[in-house]
Design a protein around this ligand. Structure first.
Ligand code: SIN
Length: 492
């Protein structure tokens, strides 16, 4: 498969964006760590490597600023978030370049992420005004009940590397809208974007100290130290199920409210009655957005026997048509995966599936060159005992298997501890609803390969997590509900 080199002008512009990253908003630290471009393995940044003690300093600053912020009006919080939205959009070029250089996604996807991220900020600017309580009469009519929603308190926000901007703003924006302060830890693989976002937030009017960003390679030290501190009242994490489970145990010490957006193993079901072109288009989106590195990516593709050959042919052609290369080439549609560990994991999964009887239709290996690349890959007739059927792939590899009946495929789709996302392609409205109801996942895309939407409650069931991000529900996660009751007495 051919490889697309970077365009000189985009490379120069992105170098300038990286050089402009302002680290002066961060706390100082005794040591630093390097950030690498996954496309070339070159060092593209150096950031303070904060210690757990630094994280406590950050918490103290956030706590003090948060006490003032909690007293602000919803209108003020909304206005500040609207100003942040405008500032992020004003600097969309810088943000897109930094995202794409540190994470590797093609520049068009970098721009799409900037808009998606900024849209969360605008959404929560609007939701800030609608954080309503309620007034209720007691059933006996002898008391009045007032239900009030207030900020839950200091939030610890741990973001993943795959959407370095969107996953940060999806957490920071509702925290600020609700009146909370936060300490944010971006992934050590992709921390630069969050540093840019912090700078722009402060420029837009977010009080200094209210949002603290801790950049560190010591994630366990960061989490265990902050979650042992009683000033922390909320944790939101996006990442793997084992880490989420550890964080929930740490959060349990001080009964800290947890939102966990964890691993997935999304089934994608294509029924004989599907519109084949729509199904292929949706499956490509569900599989290949962000190079397959999303927790909602279609992990197991089940295709009904009557449509299977035609679907597999068209889907494989669309996979093979991807242009693999450096994110700084405008024609590239598939960048590198995040690191060398990911390349090795993908290779093991592909080799294991083939050894157990799967047919390799395209791709299947890492090109022999520098950078963490893996070819777009399609495996057909993947047996149930292949590791890929139970492992989150997180890369550009599609695993297809075939089925006969609706009942059979629902049983197979649900045969996993995960329950984040699923996709159904059918033109039969009854089937669409019946299957969506039967699938044990927090989200179902019906003839739609894109689940992500600022207005929707994003999140999973079973081992895929708890809590929701986005939608009106995303704000609830940062609120504490209290109620006041007043006894009534007749007066003259
Ligand atoms: C994720 O992969 O964690 C989130 C993806 C999204 O918001 O679309």
């Amino acid at each position: 498969m051919s490889y697309f080199e970077p365009d000189a002008d985009l490379l120069a512009a992105s170098d300038a964006a990286l050089a402009s990253v302002n680290v002066s908003r961060l706390l100082p630290a005794a040591t630093t760590f390097e950030v690498h471009d996954p496309a070339t393995e070159e060092v593209i940044g150096n950031l303070p490597n904060h210690t757990p003690d630094d994280a406590l300093v950050a918490l103290s600053k956030a706590d003090a600023a948060g006490k003032e912020w909690a007293k602000t009006s919803p209108r003020r919080r909304s206005d500040v978030l609207h100003a942040v939205y405008a500032k992020l959009i004003e600097h969309k070029d810088t943000l897109a370049y930094v995202i794409s250089r540190e994470m590797g996604k093609p520049l068009a996807e970098g721009y799409a992420e900037v808009q998606y991220s900024a849209d969360y900020v605008r959404w929560f600017a609007e939701e800030a005004l609608r954080a309503q309580g309620l007034y209720r009469d007691s059933p006996a009519g002898d008391a009045t009940i007032l239900v009030r929603r207030g900020p839950i308190g200091n939030a610890v926000l741990i973001a993943p590397w795959n959407f370095p901007m969107a996953m940060a703003t999806r957490k920071i924006a509702p925290a600020l809208a609700a009146g909370c302060a936060c300490v944010v830890k971006p992934a050590a693989l992709t921390p630069l974007t969050t540093v840019v976002v912090l700078d722009l937030m402060i420029q837009a009017g977010v009080p200094e100290d209210l949002v603290q960003v801790i950049t560190t390679t010591n994630s366990p030290g960061f989490s265990s130290t902050l979650l042992a501190d009683q000033r922390v009242r909320k944790i939101s994490f996006t990442g793997s199920t084992p880490v989420g489970s550890t964080l929930m145990a740490l959060a349990a010490q001080n009964i800290v409210k947890s939102s966990m957006e964890l691993g997935g193993n999304a089934p994608l079901l294509v029924f004989d009655d599907a519109d084949i072109d729509r199904a292929v288009e949706g499956a490509i989106l569900a599989k290949m957005r962000n190079g397959g590195q999303t927790c909602v990516a279609a992990n197991r593709m089940f295709v009904q026997n009557g449509i299977a050959d035609a679907f597999v042919e068209k889907f494989t052609a669309a996979m093979a048509a991807h242009k693999l290369g450096n994110a700084m080439n405008k024609d590239v549609t598939l960048g590198p995966v995040i690191d060398d560990r990911a390349v090795k994991r993908l290779q093991l999964l592909v080799d294991d599936a083939v050894a157990k009887g799967a047919t390799l239709l395209t791709g299947g290996k890492s090109p022999d060159r520098k950078g963490h690349y893996f070819e777009p890959t399609v495996l057909d007739n993947v047996p149930a005992n292949a590791d890929i059927m139970t492992t989150e792939i997180f890369g550009p590899v599609a695993a297809i298997t075939r089925f006969s009946t609706q009942a059979e495929v629902i049983e197979k789709a649900n045969d996993t501890e995960f329950g984040l996302a699923a996709f159904v392609f059918t033109q039969d409205l009854d089937r669409a609803i019946n299957v969506a109801e039967a699938l044990e996942t927090g989200m179902v895309g019906i003839n739609n390969g894109l689940l992500s939407n600022i207005a929707a409650p994003f999140g999973g069931v079973k081992a895929s997590g708890t809590g929701r991000e986005g939608g009106a529900e995303g704000l609830d996660e940062y609120q504490e509900i209290r109620y006041f009751t007043m006894k009534r007495r007749e007066t003259e």
